[in-house]
Design a protein around this ligand. Structure first.
Ligand code: 13P
Ligand code: SF4
Length: 338
């Protein structure tokens, strides 16, 4: 295991190995699993039972039989885990870890948007609150958004809250009219076309790969557009050696570590989601020790929000299908049938 020492570790004067050991002991004592988004700090990825993107982590959370899920991701991800596995205790080690894009749409905003397009079904990106999910018809992630929209028996579809992904889906599904909400990811939107030109000039042979949360003006410059898992798979399977990644720095850092024989770079300033970096080894210990920062969902919206997510699985992974190979990134360390 490669360990990465953060400034906070040094300040506290505890060595990383002893923090890791304490986490392992607490996990065992409490029958807990740690699931970690690939945008997290590498040392937090290294103590996880499962690293993944939002889809892979939801599937893992739905199936785990541990008593406690420590979710090292942002708030909506932990909420999704609770909705999919309600009997489990779900802990978010640092409650500051929210998603600005999810916060761009409130329940009132969604109701007003629906009123402008009466009768159109609502697809909500998983990057949304439980309340917004409860007011939507079906959920999606960036991996399955095209499949979810195509499955709907309606010419018009409301898509919230991400306009980058919404425009991407619209282009893949020209037979439908998407009404796209005006939300966006500040981290992916910080990447500008100029940043891409600068990197292309520096690495003229590189393959440019973008997450659809980028501004459409940016992902249009890419050679490949895909979700986190699709990016990881694309880069690891590609015969070329140089890649410019237009996505969050945590994914880039992980690929740089896993694929040392390739040159994998991103734009400057680094596209970093600060909300994803709050969780630290110490806050994970605190959460585990004291069952701190439990995630709960209001019971008045619980069932409706949960069914919006389970409908996504019904549409994309019908019973008996073997469509379960979405996560092509680092493998789980715990034996779980994803
Ligand atoms: P995925 O994990 O679905 O790729 O989404 C990226 C993201 O921004 C997570 O918040
Ligand atoms: Fe939200 Fe963007 Fe951060 Fe993902 S990367 S958690 S969408 S702000």
């Amino acid at each position: 295991m490669v360990l990465h020492i953060t400034l906070s570790d040094l300040k506290k004067g505890r060595d990383v190995q002893s923090l890791v050991q304490e986490i392992q002991e607490l996990k065992k004592e409490k029958n807990a699993v740690i699931i970690t988004h690939i945008y997290q700090r590498l040392e937090v990825q290294d103590i996880a039972d499962q690293v993944g993107d939002s889809l892979a982590l939801s599937r893992f959370a739905a199936k785990t039989d541990a008593d406690i899920i420590v979710f090292c991701g942002v708030h909506f991800m932990a909420e999704t885990a609770k909705l999919l596995n309600p009997k489990k205790t779900v802990l978010l080690p640092d409650l500051q870890s929210g998603c600005p894009m999810a916060d761009m749409i409130s329940i009132d905003d969604l109701r007003a948007f629906k009123a402008e397009h009466p009768g159109a079904p609502v697809v909500c990106y998983v990057n949304s609150s439980a309340a917004v999910k409860a007011e939507s018809d079906v959920c999606c992630t960036s991996t399955n958004a095209v499949q979810v929209v195509k499955s709907l028996d309606s010419k018009e579809v409301i898509f919230v809250p991400d306009k980058g992904l919404g425009v991407w889906v619209q282009e893949q599904v020209p037979g439908k009219k998407l009404h796209i909400y005006d939300g966006f990811c500040p981290t992916h939107y910080q990447i500008t076309p100029k940043d891409v030109f600068v990197m292309r000039e520096k690495y003229p042979d590189a393959v440019v790969v973008a997450h659809p949360e980028c501004d459409p003006e940016v992902w249009r410059l890419a050679d490949f557009v895909g979700s986190t898992s699709q990016i990881y798979k694309f880069v690891s399977n590609h015969e070329k050696q140089q890649f410019i990644i237009l996505s969050e720095q945590g994914l880039v850092a992980r690929m740089q570590r896993d694929m040392k024989h390739k040159t994998i770079v991103t734009t400057f300033p680094l596209p970093l989601c600060p909300n994803m970096k709050y969780h630290k080894l110490e806050s994970i210990i605190e959460a585990l020790k004291n069952n701190k920062n439990k995630i709960e969902v209001d019971e008045r919206i619980f069932n409706k929000a949960a069914s919006t997510i389970t409908r996504m699985f019904e549409v994309t992974e019908p019973k008996g299908s073997t469509n379960s190979n979405y996560w092509e990134g680092p493998k789980t360390q715990v034996k779980v049938d994803l």
